[in-house]
Design a protein around this ligand. Sequence first.
Ligand code: GLV
Ligand code: MN
Ligand code: MN
Length: 421
Amino acid sequence: MSDELRVDGRRLDARLERLGQVGGLEGGGVCRLALTDADRDGRDLVVGWMRELGLEVRIDGIGNVVGVRAGSEAGPPVMIGSHIDTVRTGGLYDGNLGVLAGLEVVETLIDAGVETRRPLAVAFFTNEEGARFAPDMMGSLVFQGDLPLDEALATRGIDGAPLGDELQRIGYAGAAPVGAAANPVHAYMELHVEQGPVLDIEGVTIGAVEGVQGISWTEFTATGVSNHAGTTPTRLRHDAGLLAGRVIAFVRELAVEFGGDQVATVGSLELKPNLVNVIPNQARFTVDLRNTDAERLREAERRLFAFVDEIAAAEGLQVSHRALARFEPVVFQAEMVDRVERVARTLGHSVRRLPSGAGHDAQIMARMCPAGMVFVPSAGGISHNVREYTCSEDIEAGANVLLHTVLELVEPVAGAGREGI
Ligand code: GLV
Ligand code: MN
Ligand code: MN
């Protein structure tokens, strides 16, 4: 009976569209940076849907929201999760798809009268993006326990706001305890858009995600001397902007030299005083380095720091740095990857294995339980962009793979459900 179950793709699309209106940007896309008013409104909408589905909603000390459907037996739930915060210029799918597909799985089970042995939970984690508060995957890190709650609450955003104050302000500082001991999970599954080009280029519908590449984020602040742009000879300059410019070019060259999976990005840059005729006395910029190979990632970091020291010494600059995020590459349990691949094939979809280039809550959850991910194609490989798009057919296919992967994990209660669905 449950083999024939399928999600309602149109219902899932409708929820994606509705949530995409919250914090919607003119011309498309969405801005729901973590713990802003828009994030609160998005949370309220999703929590409302959880309650309509009869889930028991728990909110913990970092604002993670977990909606639980009871199983016929007590015990750790199977969890479907992701995030609903976005980057400033985000699309409708990144994170949101995973959470709303979780609700769609629950509603499909309810409609079919399928009870499960294990409880089933749908979660959205606070501040996965890390675009306002670093590190990324913050909510799942606190949930799992490797980031102490106090430390996370004390984090300041790019706008200077303390995270704890913002959480209180939007009404999502909950009472549920954090940490793996208080939150045992049987297994974790996440459906996500690939956010890269592989599936789209190859015309493959489903990605069975093997793991997530390592991530290193560093913020550098260079201090030089402001002076007149017209009168200061080149040899007498201490131009903080020069370092930023050289690093932007250097990390690109490094990525090309390393090849393979190495990527490198300077995504944020601020110069002071930021005027046409004044040599910058301060440059603050971030570097994002990623590689699936732990040793190559460390080597990229070493090379970057050596380069920064060399340019700073030559230009007479003071440089300080701050680690914003650091994650080792993660390999998902083979059984979980195999399960996704097998379920996708059984449902008649093309499938390939691939690593994730983006960070995900699943990589944190993998520290406390078996975790797996299902990818669906991103048109043109575009993400963290208002033009992010995945077609309805692929969304439905991904949600059905999620449904049946999760069904194997929650174990339908024999005899429950209507026949012939
Ligand atoms: C999270 O979206 C990341 O930067 O990978
Ligand atoms: Mn995401
Ligand atoms: Mn993202």
